[in-house]
Design a protein around this ligand. Structure first.
Ligand code: UD1
Length: 389
């Protein structure tokens, strides 16, 4: 049984000695949010006993972290930090400080971070500060929208990562164009597809999930909204919820709602619009995928949902002005941009059957499977090179 440490507000309070001391080859895997749990589970499995999991606490509700962690098969974190609910700068600062202290006390061969969250950046800065080899999973994505905190996070992490694991050649080309040398880039594929392979429930379970909400395949809309740009501007949030409420006259709209979105909508007096939707608590990955696989139309501002909807061949309206996954603009999804949500959502619903028929026969723009093992292998190759040098 591995020992566990608890780190709070930049201060390390070890619950015992470090996990197996500071054995060479150990890898600190940093995760803070629900999508990181999903996309790192395969990497942790591929690393086996060498993986030491740190949870920054960015997502802290049971439905947002603990139940997700269990469902995707991540072990209990051996390092815990509590940054949840604080300002972005405080989240990054607190987690960077705590992870730095942990790495000083328990040197690791490498640090693995994923994606573009505040936790991703904190893990990267701590690795950089302690001279630990840094691996960035899902490198090279760009929305070119500097107003998104995620864009700043991912650009900064790619600048300092020793190994940028790009999901696709396109992402690798973007890194090269920004001056990242080839030796720091590996095209590994997308770990989300490993997760989808593991988590997508069988047809019976999917049918049971639809029964639970009284909806039929292709006959409902699945919506999520959580981005700062949508949630923190009451006018924008009202417009989106009006669009969804209008759609609800055509078909049931299932809306598993992020805690921040629910609080913001209520604060803005938008409860009457919420009342016209099927409001659900945040769903587990398996529950969400069961619904997503059968949704007539998906409406979301999430990054991961863009990839899932593509994999599941479901039409998607992205509630944003830009995407860091431009390959999906070739017919897989549609950006809302600054258009009127009511018009765009209604038109998308009317065209959804034809859109689904088109998606059914397309070649997927992503390679499938095996990304987690490739990432572990690339990491090992880097560690060997360091050992020989
Ligand atoms: C974060 C990521 C985003 C990712 C998303 C997945 C950043 C900048 N953004 O956004 O890229 O797509 O996770 O969900 O890192 N809250 C709770 N309970 C929780 C978690 C959050 O109530 O378990 C509330 C808190 O009030 C918090 C707010 O939601 O302040 C926002 O959470 P935060 O983690 O800062 O950002 P997300 O919107 O979840």
């Amino acid at each position: 049984m591995k020992e566990r440490s608890t780190v709070t507000a930049g201060q390390l309070t070890a619950a015992g000695p470090p996990a197996s001391g500071s054995a060479p080859g150990r890898v600190l895997v940093v995760a803070g949010t629900r999508p990181e749990a999903v996309k790192l589970a395969g990497v942790v499995r591929a690393l086996g006993d060498r993986a030491v999991l740190a949870h920054t606490g960015q997502h802290y509700d049971d439905a947002m972290w603990e139940s997700v962690r269990r469902e995707v098969g991540l072990p209990e974190p051996q390092v815990r930090i509590e940054v949840g609910g604080s300002h972005r700068g405080v989240q990054i600062g607190t987690a960077t400080s705590a992870l730095t202290q942990y790495l000083l006390d328990h040197p690791m061969a490498a640090v693995v971070v994923q994606g573009d969250t505040n936790s991703t950046l904190a893990g990267a800065l701590a690795a950089n500060a302690t001279g630990t080899l840094l691996v960035h999973v899902e490198a090279g994505l760009r929305s070119d929208d500097p107003t998104m905190p995620e864009e700043s996070n991912r650009v900064l992490v790619d600048r300092i990562a020793d190994l940028c694991c790009a999901p696709s050649e396109r992402n690798a080309a973007r890194l090269r164009a920004e001056g990242v040398p080839d030796r720091r880039i590996a095209v590994t594929g997308n770990t989300l597809f490993d997760a989808l392979h593991d988590l997508l429930p069988d047809p019976a379970r999917r049918a049971a999930e639809l029964d639970r909400y009284g909806v039929r395949p292709d006959g409902f809309v699945l919506a999520t909204v959580h981005r700062m740009a949508n949630v923190e501007h009451p006018g924008r949030l009202a417009g989106l919820l009006e669009g969804l409420a209008l759609l609800a006259r055509q078909a049931p709209v299932l809306f598993p709602v992020h805690p921040r979105t629910l609080a913001a909508a209520r604060d803005a007096g938008l409860q009457p619009l919420l009342d016209r939707l099927h409001i659900l608590a945040p769903l587990s990955p398996v529950e969400f995928l069961a619904l997503e696989a059968a949704a007539g139309l998906v409406v979301s501002d999430s990054g991961g949902v863009q990839e899932e909807a593509c994999f599941l061949r479901r039409p998607l309206v992205v509630l944003r002005d830009s995407t860091e996954r431009p390959e999906l603009l070739e017919g897989w999804c549609e950006l809302l941009g600054d258009r009127e949500p009511c018009d765009v959502l209604l038109a998308a619903w009317r065209g959804a059957a034809a859109w689904r028929a088109d998606l059914a026969s397309r070649a997927l723009p992503y390679a499938e499977g095996g990304a987690s093992e490739r990432i572990a292998a690339e990491l090992d190759a880097r560690l060997q090179a360091v050992a020989i040098a």
